[in-house]
Design a protein around this ligand. Structure first.
Ligand code: F6P
Length: 359
C-alpha cells in the first residue's frame, strides 16, 4: 500500500486543482486500491498541526477548471519555521511527526519560492518529498515555466486591453500595476501582449527623468495616450543603489499604497497630464486556469507520480525546453529566477519603441 500526502502552500494560483487532480487520478490509475491519499489542509499549517484527511477518488473529480485550491493554503514564512514561538511548538519536529503518523511514502508539495525552501528542509530532515512549481510570478529557479503564470498573464493583458479605450477617449496617461513580487516576468509579458508604451520591471531600474522625456517624445508624435505596465516591485535607479536596509526604511515611509501611485504623482508633477492608476491585484490570481495552465499542471502532476513510482524523491518537477524533467530541490531552494535584462523578448520590445524607463 502506497501512502501519499499532498499539500498546497503559499499564495494560491490558477491550476492548483488541475495539478492535485492529476496527482490523484494518476495515483489511482497506477496503484488502484493500493494507494491511500491524504489531503493536508492549508499548507504547512496543516502538516504542523496534524490537520489532514483521507481523500477519495471523488475528491479529484470535477476540479480541473476550478480556481484556488480545494486543500486550502497559507503562508508559513521559512524564516520562522525553525523558531519556537509562544505556543512552544517545534514546527519542524511536528511536521516530521505528522508525516510519520500518516505513515507516508511521499509528500507532494505544490508551491512557490518560500514553499520550496521548507520542502528542501523537510528533505534534509529525511522526508520523501516531491514538489510542483506553482506561482503567477514565474520566478522559480530551475523551471522555464510555473503553472499559474499563463492564466495570470491573460488576466493582466485583458486589463491593459480594456484600459486602452478610456486612455484613448480621455487622452490620459494610465498606469496598470501588475503583480510579480520581486521579478518582472508577468509585467513584461502582459505589457508586451497588451501593447503598453512603457514597461517598468524590477530588473531594469527606472529614472523618472528619462520616463518623462519618453512621454514627451510620444506626445510630440501626437499619441493621445500613454499606458505604463508597472511591476509591483518596480524600483528607481536611486533605490537600486541602496542597501536592503536603506531600501526597506525608505519604502516604509512612502506615503502611497504602492509604487504606481508614487510614479503617477512624479509624472503628473512633471507633465501636468491627467493620470490614473489601475491595480488589478489578486484578480490576477483568480478564476479558472487557462487551457495552457491546465495542460502544464496536468503534466507536472502525472510526472510527480512517475517519480513516486521510481522512488526518485527530493526533486521538483520542472519543464525545460519543452521537456518535463526532475530538478534536485537542493538546487532550487532559495534561488530566484529573475528576468535576464538581455532577454530577446526585451530587445524585441525595445525595437518597436517600448520604453523600459532606463537611461
Ligand atoms: O506570489 C504571488 C503573489 O501574488 C505575488 O505576485 C504578490 O506579490 C504576492 O503573491 C501577494 O501576496 P498575498 O496574497 O499574500 O497578498
Amino acid at each position: 500500500m502506497k501512502r501519499i500526502g499532498i499539500l498546497t502552500s503559499g499564495g494560491d494560483c490558477q491550476g492548483l486543482n488541475a495539478a492535485i487532480r492529476a496527482v490523484g487520478k494518476t495515483l489511482y490509475e497506477r496503484f488502484g486500491n493500493d494507494v491511500e491519499i491524504f489531503g493536508i489542509r492549508d499548507g504547512y499549517r496543516g502538516l504542523i498541526q496534524g490537520d489532514y484527511y483521507a481523500m477519495t477518488p471523488q475528491d479529484f473529480s470535477g476540479i480541473l477548471t476550478l480556481g484556488g485550491t480545494i486543500l486550502g493554503t497559507s503562508r508559513q514564512p521559512f524564516k520562522q519555521i525553525r523558531i519556537i514561538g509562544e505556543d512552544q511548538m517545534d514546527k519542524v519536529a511536528a511536521m516530521k511527526s505528522n508525516y510519520k503518523k500518516m505513515r507516508l511514502d511521499c509528500l507532494v508539495i505544490l508551491g512557490g519560492n518560500g514553499t520550496h525552501k521548507t520542502a528542501n528542509l523537510l528533505r534534509e530532515e529525511g522526508l520523501n518529498v516531491i514538489t510542483l512549481p506553482k506561482t503567477i510570478d514565474n520566478d522559480l529557479w530551475g523551471t522555464d515555466m510555473t503553472f499559474g503564470f499563463q492564466s495570470a498573464l491573460e488576466i493582466a493583458t485583458n486589463v491593459i486591453d480594456c484600459i486602452h479605450t478610456t486612455a484613448d477617449s480621455h487622452s490620459r496617461i494610465f498606469i496598470v500595476e501588475v503583480m510579480g513580487h520581486k521579478v518582472g516576468w508577468l509585467p513584461l509579458f502582459a505589457g508586451i501582449a497588451g501593447g503598453a508604451d512603457i514597461i517598468l520591471i524590477p530588473e531594469i531600474p527606472y529614472s523618472i527623468d528619462t520616463l518623462v522625456e519618453n512621454i514627451h517624445l510620444k506626445d510630440n508624435l501626437k499619441k493621445r495616450f500613454c499606458i505604463l505596465a508597472v511591476a509591483e516591485g518596480a524600483i528607481s535607479v536611486e533605490e537600486s543603489k541602496m542597501t536592503k536596509k536603506e531600501f526597506k526604511a525608505s519604502r516604509s515611509h512612502m506615503p502611497y499604497p504602492s509604487i504606481s501611485y508614487r510614479i503617477a504623482r512624479e509624472i503628473g508633477e512633471r507633465t501636468g497630464r491627467e493620470i490614473r492608476v489601475t491595480v488589478p491585484g489578486h484578480f490576477q490570481r483568480g478564476g479558472s486556469p487557462c487551457p495552457a495552465d491546465r495542460v502544464l499542471a496536468t503534466r507536472f502532476g502525472t510526472a510527480a507520480v512517475n517519480l513516486i513510482s521510481e522512488g526518485n524523491f527530493g526533486n521538483m518537477v520542472a519543464i525545460r525546453n519543452g521537456q518535463i524533467v526532475p530538478v534536485p530541490l537542493s538546487e532550487v531552494a532559495g534561488r530566484l529566477k529573475t528576468v535576464p535584462t538581455d532577454l530577446e523578448v526585451i530587445q524585441s520590445a525595445r525595437d518597436l519603441g517600448i520604453h523600459f524607463g532606463d537611461e
